[in-house]
Write a protein that binds this ligand. Structure first.
Ligand SMILES: Nc1ncnc2c1ncn2[C@@H]1O[C@H](COP(=O)(O)OP(=O)(O)O)[C@@H](O)[C@H]1O
Ligand SMILES: [Mg+2]
Length: 374
């Protein structure tokens, strides 16, 4: 129970030239924790609202448990949704807010009492049941909203940025609680956020969207290690992946990445990606994550292979990590370093890349070039 299938779903709002959701095509398994992530306006909420039945589908088909539901009203979908702004009824007590959905479904009174008390205990809000929403903190309100969804015991939970209004500490704590709840209840969860850290820590599978279009669907690790295009590569990970323009060329059977300042002899494993190289060179964007950039002492006097001269611009220490921003000519590169190593602006250093950890993107399409099979 609780599987979902989007079959080429579009949403076109009246008067808008571009579809808000463009050919959303995806199956979600029963019990899965799926996260939709992407910048503001990319169509996440619209997708979720179509799934909830709160927004009409312009074209395509939506199935829940193999049942065609395009025209099924929200209350008949066995779905509970939690919103960013909690959407509690101000005149009802916490108890009544949690009980309301059950009451409307004509659940027996003793059953309602049982369920409300049970979720209140899980969420540690038993002592708040008599209060009105105005007497609660933001975190407590969000718990009540979660409780209302859980008490319904739906097959599918939908959450639209439910943690956005909480402060950092409470956000991290509630995030952990939602993960635990979902794994205990084993219900399908579709969770929307614009925060890539939230997406990476919560989802078992992540859908990255941009301009209404799915960019990639993958488990967190794969999204990080094998981004399908420049957008995903830049969106997932903080600080973001470094990008360097240049070209790949073949010399004596070996592939090199080169630009005005950099020349990298590429490990054999990348060779197959460039086999289709028809011309002698191909313009690409090289991607390398900050943790794969190594800084060392300046070697301008004795240039090393696969290493470039760089000048430190600034450093940023987060406590556990330090990030050093260096300039290689016009290109700015961020390196993650040990916090113990101290760099100062204008320091001359050498930068090298972990050659096994490079990414290559087509300069024109932005799509990843080749990639590991599977
Ligand atoms: N009711 C509406 N009428 C017209 N355009 C809308 C409406 N709701 C959202 N949009 C537009 O659809 C696009 C996607 O919006 P939305 O789904 O809210 O994105 P997200 O949740 O990812 O921020 C945006 O360009 C937004 O302006
Ligand atoms: Mg939204």
């Amino acid at each position: 129970m609780g599987s979902i299938t989007f079959h080429h779903v579009f949403k076109r709002y009246k008067g808008e030239s571009r579809p808000a959701v463009n050919d959303f095509h995806l199956s979600i398994e029963e019990g899965e924790f799926l996260v939709l992530v992407g910048p503001s306006g990319c169509g996440k909420s619209t997708t979720l609202r179509m799934l909830a039945g709160l927004e009409e589908i312009s074209s395509g088909e939506l199935y829940i448990d193999d049942k065609f539901v395009n025209y099924v009203s929200p209350k008949d979908r066995d779905i509970a949704m939690v919103f960013q702004n909690y959407a509690l009824y101000p005149n009802l007590s916490v108890y009544e807010n949690i009980a309301l959905g059950l009451k409307l479904r004509k659940t027996a009174k003793y059953e309602i009492e049982l369920r409300v008390n049970r979720v209140a205990k899980i969420l540690e809000i038993s002592h708040l049941l008599e209060r009105k929403p105005s007497q609660l903190s933001g975190g407590q309100k969000q718990r009540v909203a979660l409780g209302r969804a859980i008490a319904r015991e739906p097959q599918v939970f939908l959450m639209d940025e439910p943690l956005s209004n909480l402060d950092a500490k409470l956000r991290a704590q509630t995030r952990a609680e939602i993960i635990k709840l979902q794994s205990d209840l084993k219900r399908t969860m579709v969770y929307v956020t614009h925060d890539q850290v939230e997406a990476m820590t919560m989802g078992t599978r992540i859908v990255v969207m941009k301009d209404g279009v799915i960019q990639q669907v993958a488990p967190p690790r794969q999204l990080y290690d094998e981004p399908a295009n420049l957008f995903v590569a830049g969106f997932i990970g903080s600080p973001q992946m470094n990008f360097v323009n240049g070209s790949v060329l073949k010399e004596d059977g070996r592939f090199y990445f080169v630009n005005k300042r950099i020349r990298l002899a590429l490990p054999e494993k990348y060779g197959s990606r460039f086999d289709s190289l028809t011309r002698s060179e191909r313009n690409v964007v090289l991607g390398v994550r900050p943790e794969h950039v190594l800084l060392g002492p300046d070697r301008t006097d004795e240039p090393q292979p696969n290493s470039v001269s760089a000048v430190v611009q600034m450093t940023e220490a987060t406590g556990a990590d330090s990030y050093v921003y260096v300039a290689v000519g016009e290109t700015r590169i961020i390196a993650r370093t040990e916090p113990e190593t101290v760099y100062r602006p204008e320091d001359k250093v050498s930068a090298s890349f972990q050659l096994e950890k490079l990414h290559f993107f087509d300069e024109n399409t932005g799509d990843a070039v080749g990639g590991e099979p599977g």
